[in-house]
Design a protein. Sequence first.
Length: 514
Amino acid sequence: MHVTMRGGNRNPQPSWLEAYSPAHLQHLIGETIASATADAVFDIVIGHSERTIIHNGTVRLPPQIERGLGGLVLRHGGKCSRICPLTMLAENWSFPQAFATLMNGNDIGIQPTDRNVIPYDIGSFSTVQFQVSSQSTAFKVVHVFRGKPVVPIEHVNQHGTERLALGMADWMRQHVADTGKLTYCYHPKANHYARNSNRIREFMGSIALFKAARHFDDNTMFALAERSLRYNLDAYLREEQDYGVIVEGEKIKLGAAALAAMAIRHSERRADYANCLRRLTAFTEMMWQTSGAFRCFLRPADRADICQNFYPGETLLLWAGCWLESRDTALWQKIEASFRHYRQWHAAQPNPAFVPWHTQAYYLLWQATGDSRFKDAILEMNDWLLPFQQWETVADYPDTQGRFYDPDLPYGPPHASSTGVYLEGLIDAFRLATAIGDTDRAHRYAETIKRGVRNIMQLQYSERDECAGFPAPEKALGGIRTTEYNNLIRIDNVQHALMAVIRILKTDDFLWDR
C-alpha cells in the first residue's frame, strides 16, 4: 500500500506499507488517516497482481494507457523498490522514464553499472486507488481512477456543463500575463511554464477569451481578451509587401494569419485594427490557388504536409464570416471552388482533423444560403467521424470513455484539444440536423457530444482536492489535462473545449435528457 498525504499543515514523504491481510490493511489505513491535519488529502494506492516483465532478457514495459494505473517494482537480494503509478502521473513520467528512475534511483544496492552483472527481477503491478480527505470530524473516501473519480455520464447535464465552462473560463482568466501574453503550456507538478509556443493557438486563445467574455457578460474578461490580442499582434504580426503575416521563427503559416484575422473580427475594438485585418485577409487570399486549394506555408514554401487538414478549414471559416458581411461575388466564387476541391480531397484521404473546421465554415454558409451541398457535406463528414469516439466496449478504461481515438488508424494519438475541436464541429452538425427535422441524426450527434463533454470533465482539474499536492494549486484548477495519463495543461486543451461548451450551452434545443 502506498500512502501520500497532500496539503494540510505538513507533507511527509510518501511511503510503501506492507499489508499481510485485509484486516492488517484496514488497520494501516486507519492509523494513517488518524494523524490527518486540516485540509489534508490522502492518496491510498493498493498494489496487487504483480507480474514479471522480463522476457528473454528484454524488459517489456506496460503500454502507455496503463500510466497512472500500474506501477513498477525492482527486486534484488530479498529487497524491493517500487514506483507508484500516481507518482508517475504527477511527474508525467512515461514507463521508460519510470524504469530509468527505478534503476538509477533505487535504494536496494543496484547501481547503473551493475545492472548487467547481478541478478534482479523487474515486475509491474496493478492497483486499486482511493482518495481520502478530512472534513471537520469525518473523512470522505472516494474510489478513484488515475487519481480522479470516474465522471458518470449523468453529470453531463446543463448544470454540470455550466460548471465545466466556468472552471475553464477561470483558468483562462488567470493565465493572461500583465503583458497580455497567454500561457501556452503549464506543468502543474513542477509549477513550470513551457518556453515553446504556437501562434495559431495563442490567437485562438484570444478568440476563446472574447467568446467567454460575451457568454458570461464579463467586462474583466473582455479587457483580458483585448490585452492578449494586442500582445499577439505586436509580437507576431509583420508586413510582407502589402500583406500581413504572422511570423513564427522561420515559418509563416496560412492558419496563423486566418486565426489572427478571426481574433480581430471578435474584438470590440475591431476598427482600431482595420489595416491589420485587411492585410491579414489579403494574405489568405494570396495563398489561394485557382484549383481551390490553399498553400499552407509561405515559408518554407515547399511544405504542405498534414496542415492541409487544418489551415484551409480555418481559412474558410474566416472567409465564411467575411462573406456573410460583404456578400462579395469574387470571394464567394473562391469559397465555392475551395469547397469543391476540399470535398473531393477529403473523400480521397479522409482525416478526422479536417472535419470540425470545414463543418463550422459550411454551417455558416448553409444558414445563409440553404445550399444543400453544404448540408450534405456536413452530414457526411460528421457521420464518418462518430465511430472514432470510444465508449464502453471500445474504450480501454472507464476514464477514457468519450475521447476520439482509433488505435488501429494512423490519425495521431488521443488529445484533449482534439476532443474539444470535434465538439465545436459536432454542435453545428447537431443544429443542422435539428433544423432539417432529422431527429435520428440529432439524437446520435447529441449523444456523441455529451460523451465528449464527459471526457473533458474527466480531464479537468475540477476540485481543489485534485490539486492539493501541487505547488500552486490555483494555477491548475479549471485546467484540462492533455490525456488521462498526461497532466500537461496546454492552452488549446482549454480553449477548444471552452468554445465548444459555450456553443452547446447556447443551443436552446440541445437534447440534455437523451
